[in-house]
Design a binder for this molecule. Structure first.
Ligand code: GCB
Length: 654
């Protein structure tokens, strides 16, 4: 590791760790469920019974209390896979476009020991369900949750112990209706013109450009912990010379007293630091830092932090073990650079969606692994979780592979002035609490994005973003915060509060259509104006053009692969000038084609992907691949020919 200015490094460590104690999240933690000698996990994925409440008032299921009996006794049910969006599973257009409550139900066999052992907590956890969810166990309501992209959980041990002979019936009702205070916001409009619309006809308006897929999108599971358990762990990392520093805090629930031991192990299982305090700093000599992909020969290095709790409540003793992967790295922003481990980091990556054929936004390991292989193949070192938090398993992949993440909350489509009101802001703050609580320990997450393209020119945006960004920094003082703007630099009200300016622009597409020759001039001015006004580093957080795969024309016209290529190349020539100054990244819109609502500007979805929805490359993917590998060699300090990388099959002449 290189030696750096020791005084400055020390100052940063002191400042970073001093603010650590300010981190104050929700009442309880949200550790990812992992098996350990003291914890078991039982996945409830697979087929569930399913029924949509298509009554005219969309409320019959509650009037008739469907949760009280087996769903099949309330009416006809169908098979529904979990996790998956329900929209594209059947041949029924009404279910594809359904707005309202849908019901999922499944009976679960709970291991006898979980029931008989009063010292075991049994937790039901839903990775995510879009958007409102209510959960019953054996007809008793146990929890509810608002928000479609973050996990929620509830302890159900006492309930299933009431009558151990009855099977455990889990009922989950999910409603995808969006209103002006949800994230993302939406609006229901009833159509009154009886010459055009039948009685009760309504539409859901949304202000974002992806299909509002719904259902149980991520794994549902039961897991156990002892009655006294490790509830949360927070780590903040840095380094000084060749020593890694891991400041940590462990919180415990279920016991007033107990002893904790913390051991940090390297990849080979060797202990490199340990402590017997619930909080403190672990020092790792000769540290292996966590490096991004293509910035180091050995990216994504993870230590394992083993936390061991022994606690007693007077009568019984409980032992709990939880292992957290920890990557040791630092993040900092200057007026012209983004630094990871004190080295300039240039984002050459993509924007994604959780989206694919049939399963919609449903979690799917095959898709995830394929996407990571494609990212590495094309030399992408980063992505933004446009426009909502992705599954935790995806962030774990990023940690392991060194893919850098801008972690975005679902604040997309805040366009109506009423969505800047108090109720919306309060919900937005809650969502940031939940997001930071879930993702704070991922080394891959280097920045929070609190919104995408809000109407940031509206007067209330100033107070809204000042409050939101300050709150996010209070939650996590260790990471920069941004939001993504498409507003004009002169009118944008939130930019004074962000650490990095992220700008989306679509020159020669949504305006000056067909005029590819204007891109350099307009893009150059965009950068100069934003930097001139704010003196903050800039990421081109979106740019691109639709291309229907297989459509060709020369000279290029819109929607052909050639047009998409020229758009990309025209942007790239400007990036190459500005990245030597203050542009710190470029994220293509989009990694892959994705589904949207039907409309005049969308041809079976948004076609700005450089891969098709089935993950086959368009010509643009090869252009990006060549560029990203070249950038990796220039900016990543890799100094290696691309052939040294197993994911890289084609040789280029540099
Ligand atoms: C944007 C949005 C993104 C859209 C994209 C487009 O600015 O942030 O959600 O899909 O433009 O293709 O119009």
């Amino acid at each position: 590791m290189e030696v750096r200015a020791a005084g400055l490094g020390m100052l940063r460590v002191v400042c970073l760790f001093a603010v650590f104690d300010a981190v104050c999240l929700l009442d309880s933690g949200m550790l990812f469920p992992r098996e350990s000698p003291s914890r078991e996990v039982k996945e409830l994925n697979g087929l569930w019974d399913f029924r949509a409440d298509d009554s005219t008032n969309r409320n019959q299921s509650f009037e008739r209390a469907w949760y009280k009996k087996r769903l099949a006794e309330t009416g006809p049910v169908i098979d529904m896979p979990v996790p998956a969006s329900y929209n594209d599973i059947t041949q029924d257009a009404a279910l594809r476009d359904f707005i309202g409550w849908v019901w999922y139900e499944r009976e679960v066999v709970v291991p006898a020991r979980w029931i008989s052992d009063e010292g075991t907590r049994v937790v039901l956890r839903v990775g995510s369900a879009h958007y409102f969810s209510i959960v019953w166990v054996n007809g008793v309501k146990v929890t509810q949750h608002a928000g479609g992209h973050l996990p929620f959980e509830v302890e159900i041990g006492s309930l299933i112990r009431k009558d151990p002979t009855t099977p455990c019936r889990i009922t989950i009702a999910v409603n995808n209706t969006l209103n002006l205070d949800t994230l993302p916001p939406g609006k229901i409009q009833y159509m009154e013109d009886r010459t055009k619309y039948p009685e009760g006809f309504f539409v859901q308006y949304i202000y974002f450009d992806f299909f509002n897929y719904a259902g149980i999108h991520r794994p549902v599971l039961l897991y156990t912990t002892p009655k006294a358990y490790v509830d949360d762990i927070t780590v903040v990392t840095d380094f000084l010379d060749n020593a890694g520093l891991v400041k940590y805090k462990v919180s415990v629930q279920g016991a007033a007293t107990g002893t904790i031991s913390v051991t940090l192990k390297d990849k080979d299982g060797r202990s490199v630091a340990s402590s017997s305090k619930p909080s403190g700093v672990l020092k790792v000599e000769d540290v292996n830092l966590w490096w991004p992909y293509l910035m180091h020969e050995n990216p994504g290095y993870l230590y394992s932090m083993e936390v061991h709790l022994m606690a007693t409540d007077g009568r019984s003793t409980y032992e709990d073990m939880y292992t957290l992967p920890v990557g040791i790295r630092s993040v900092a922003v200057t007026s012209t650079q983004f630094l990871i481990n004190d080295k300039p980091f240039y984002f050459h990556g993509v924007n994604k969606h959780e989206d694919s054929d049939i399963r919609g936004k449903g979690f799917d390991w095959s898709l995830i692994v394929k996407d990571f292989n494609l990212l590495k193949w094309m030399g992408a070192n980063s992505f933004r979780t446009s426009h909502y938090p992705y599954a935790e398993e995806i962030l774990q992949m990023c940690d392991r592979h060194g893919i850098v993440v801008i972690d975005e909350c679902p604040g997309v489509g805040i366009k109506d002035i009423r969505s800047f009101g108090n109720a919306s802001l309060a919900h937005h703050l809650d969502v940031m609490d939940e997001l930071v609580r879930r993702d704070k320990n991922h080394p891959s997450v280097v920045m929070w994005s609190v919104a995408n393209e809000p109407a940031s020119e509206m007067p209330p945006a100033e107070f809204y973003f000042e409050t939101l960004i300050k709150h996010t920094k209070d939650l996590d003082p260790t990471r920069p915060v941004t939001y993504i703007t498409d507003s004009n630099y002169a009118r944008d009200k939130g930019a004074p509060f962000v650490d990095v300016i992220c700008v989306n622009s679509y020159f020669s597409w949504y305006h000056d259509s067909g005029h590819l020759e204007l891109i350099p001039l307009q893009l150059n001015n965009q950068f100069e104006n934003w930097y001139g006004k704010y003196k903050k580093p800039i990421i081109q957080s979106e740019y691109g053009a639709d291309a229907v795969p297989g459509l060709h024309s020369d000279p290029p016209v819109m929607f052909t692969e050639e047009y998409q290529n020229i758009v990309l190349q025209s942007y790239h020539s400007v990036f190459d000038q500005k990245r030597k100054q203050y542009v710190i990244g470029e994220l293509i819109w989009n990694f892959a084609d994705f589904m949207t609502v039907q409309g005049l500007t969308r041809v079976v979805g948004n076609k700005k992907g450089v891969f098709t929805r089935q993950r086959q490359p368009k010509r643009a993917a090869f252009i990006l691949k060549e560029r990203y590998w070249r950038l990796a060699n220039e900016t990543g300090r890799l100094g290696l020919p691309p052939s040294n990388h197993q994911c890289h099959a084609v040789k280029y002449p540099w």
